[in-house]
Design a protein around this ligand. Sequence first.
Ligand SMILES: [Zn+2]
Length: 52
Amino acid sequence: MLQSKTLIHFRCHDCGMKYKTGSERAGTQVVCKVCDTIIVIPALKTSNRDTK
Ligand SMILES: [Zn+2]
């Protein structure tokens, strides 16, 4: 089985609950199942320009 889909791993910044989702959802929002905080799914880091 091929897995061409990239997963983004991120955490709720409020309660620390870990989530993962497909990279096509980067930039969208999800609601934390634990604490109802709105989390913006981060984009994958594809370059090292933002290291500062
Ligand atoms: Zn949470």
